[in-house]
Write a protein that binds this ligand. Structure first.
Ligand SMILES: NCc1[nH]cc(CCC(=O)O)c1CC(=O)O
Length: 325
């Protein structure tokens, strides 16, 4: 029997709220299979369309940002129509809304960005002035820093739409998260992965985050057993950077943490929100990390460096109306 408001320890079924893009469904099905294998639960999916899925004609940074992809799913949790929401962690706002928690993070897929093209093997092979598709400010500023000659053009829509636009010849190459392509069996479209020193990923890229209601105590305990601790600590460091800087997707910000043994190395960079010709500011810090508090402290150390090395001036250029989603 299912109690729609609170799960009991004897619950054998649960409902996952998910967006209906192919990637979101793959991710929800992945979690469904995991819950079935680990706990023997039978899991339903509740597919939903979010505002972020409907608005396809404008860059996300112009229409209110990350929260657009998660709000409807939270309403389903609030109303008891679902118990769990599965998200690409990089789409999850840095501050969770009152009443909701990010309860766990699963093992991360490849965090890198991928170079996808029908004619060229890698960024260096692109001819002068080649047209590259991406709407991510983070990708734009890093592309322009390396190749100021490139003609970077907006590209929105789900993964299939973006690949179709490439195949129609609208771009010479596009940049996509490697994780999404790999999950959908589209790894063959990746001509090369951009290395971390040429394209630093977004905070949380490649990781899956599970969100529940704060008062869902029992499901919380079950979900916490699924946590991939190295990823959990790494994304806490990455998200601390983004949170401290306002968490806005109007800001070209990258943050990525990697493990060197017991040491977590956190790299981050900031660009100018309106002018990709302004030099990037980057910072790195590393420390032995075993707790989320230490991971967040590492994030704040990187933020202090970014700010003092010119990041403050870049942040001051952020239009205040769009500074928060
Ligand atoms: N912003 C959309 C989005 N959210 C998560 C992914 C890919 C998978 C991931 O990073 O986990 C993508 C597509 C992309 O950036 O190419």
């Amino acid at each position: 029997m299912r109690d729609n408001s609170v799960m009991s320890t004897h619950t054998l079924s649960c409902t996952i709220a998910t967006r209906e893009s192919r990637l979101a469904l793959w991710q929800a099905e992945h979690v469904r299979d995991l819950l079935a294998a680990r706990f023997g639960w039978s899991v339903d999916l509740l597919g939903m369309t979010t505002r972020g899925d409907q608005i396809l004609d404008r860059a996300l940074s112009k229409v209110g940002g990350k929260g657009l992809f998660v709000k409807e799913l939270e309403v389903a949790l609030e109303e008891g129509r679902a118990h769990l929401a599965v998200h690409s962690l990089k789409d999850v706002p840095m501050e969770m809304p009152e009443g909701f928690v990010l309860v766990t993070v699963l093992d991360r897929e490849d965090p890198r960005d991928a170079f996808v093209s029908n004619h060229f093997a890698c960024l260096a092979d692109l001819p002068q002035g080649a047209r590259v598709g991406t709407s991510s400010l983070r990708r734009v500023v890093q592309l322009k820093a390396r190749r100021p000659d490139l003609d970077v053009q907006p590209l929105r829509g789900n993964l299939d739409t973006r690949l179709r636009k490439l195949d129609e010849g609208q771009y010479d190459a596009i940049i996509l998260a490697a994780a999404g392509l790999k999950r959908l069996g589209l790894a063959h479209r990746i001509r090369s992965c951009l290395e971390l020193d040429e394209m630093l990923p977004a905070a949380g890229q490649g990781a899956l985050g599970l969100e529940i209601r704060q008062d869902a105590v029992e499901i919380s305990a079950a979900m916490q057993t699924l946590t991939h601790q190295p990823t959990w600590l790494a994304v806490h460091a990455e998200r601390a950077v983004s949170r401290a800087l306002g968490g806005s997707c109007s800001m070209p910000l990258a943050a990525h943490a990697r493990w060197n043994g017991a040491v977590l190395q956190l790299d981050a960079l900031l660009g100018h929100p309106g002018d990709a010709t302004v030099p990037l500011v980057s910072a790195m810090a590393q420390a032995e990390v075993t707790t989320t508090e230490q991971a967040e402290a590492l994030g704040l150390a990187v933020v202090a460096q970014l700010r003092s090395q010119g990041g403050d001036a870049l942040l001051a250029a952020l239009p205040s109306a769009t500074a928060q989603d």
